[in-house]
Design a protein. Structure first.
Length: 234
C-alpha cells in the first residue's frame, strides 16, 4: 500500500492544453519528497486541457483531475481543488507555473511553524524585470489592503500559497467573492479568525515579468476589495 500524501497541490488551469501535462509532471517531481497529491482543476477550458491532464492521470496515480463545465474563475477552481485534497497540507499554485514549483517544499516546511505561508514577489519586482506600471500598481494595492485589513503580509495576489488544511476547512466555506479579490478575502478571514500567517520571497519566471496590467482587472479588484471591507465591518 502506498503511503498517504503529505501535501495536496492544487493547479487551477485554463487553456493550458499545450503545457498542462509537462507542468503536472514538474510539480510531482519538485514535490517528490513530500509524496504529493497533485490536483489539476480545468476551469472550463475550450482547448484540450482536460483531455491532456486526464491522459496523464491514467498513468500517474499522484494526479487527480477535476473539470468545470464552464469557466467559473480561479477562485472557484481553487475551491474545487480544496474539496479533492486529502493531505494535511495544501498548496495553491498557478497552473502555468510562472511561480516555479521547486519552491513548494520549503514553503510546506514553514507550515510546521505557521498556519499559512504566502509567497511574496516584491523582491523580484524591485529588480527591474517588471514594467514600472506593474510595480506601482502592486505597491499601491498592497498599501491599501494593508491599511484596510491589517494583514501581516505585504501581498495577497501572488499565486503561490501554502496552508494547513484545517485552516482551509474552517474558512473557505465562508468565502463569498469568487473574482479577483478571492485571495484577499481568504487571507483576511483567516487573519480575523486568529490563525498565524507569514510571507516568504518567491522566484518568478521570465514570462510572468512581462504580464500586462489591465485596468479592468484593477478596477474589479478595487471594487471587490471595497465590498469585502464593508462586509467584514458589517
Amino acid at each position: 500500500m502506498e503511503p498517504d500524501p503529505t501535501v495536496s497541490v492544487v493547479l487551477p488551469a485554463y487553456g493550458l492544453g499545450s503545457v498542462i501535462a509537462d507542468n503536472a509532471r514538474r510539480v510531482v517531481a519538485a514535490c517528490a519528497e513530500l509524496r504529493p497529491q497533485v490536483i489539476v482543476v480545468d476551469d472550463g477550458s475550450e482547448d484540450d486541457t482536460f483531455e491532456r491532464a486526464s491522459e496523464l492521470a491514467a498513468t500517474m496515480p499522484q494526479l487527480t483531475v477535476v473539470r468545470h463545465p464552464r469557466n467559473l474563475g480561479k477562485g472557484e477552481a481553487l475551491v474545487s481543488g480544496w474539496k479533492e485534497a486529502v493531505a494535511p497540507r495544501v498548496v495553491f499554485i498557478d497552473g502555468d507555473l510562472d511561480l516555479p514549483p521547486e519552491q513548494v517544499p520549503s514553503m510546506v516546511a514553514m507550515l510546521d511553524t505557521y498556519d499559512v505561508v504566502v509567497g511574496a514577489k516584491q523582491t523580484h519586482m524591485a529588480e527591474g524585470g517588471y514594467p514600472w506600471s506593474r510595480r506601482v500598481m502592486s505597491r499601491l494595492y498592497s498599501s491599501a489592503t494593508s491599511g484596510m485589513f491589517g494583514l501581516p503580509v505585504s501581498e495577497t495576489q501572488t499565486g503561490l500559497k501554502a496552508f494547513r488544511k484545517e485552516v482551509l476547512d474552517a474558512i473557505l466555506p465562508h468565502v463569498e467573492l469568487g473574482g479577483w479579490a478571492f485571495d484577499l478575502e481568504l487571507l483576511a478571514r483567516i487573519h480575523r479568525a486568529g490563525y498565524s500567517m507569514t510571507e516568504t520571497p518567491v522566484d518568478v519566471s521570465v514570462s510572468e515579468r512581462g504580464a500586462p496590467v489591465r485596468m479592468s482587472m484593477m478596477w474589479a479588484l478595487a471594487r471587490d476589495s471595497a465590498t469585502l471591507a464593508w462586509r467584514l465591518r458589517r
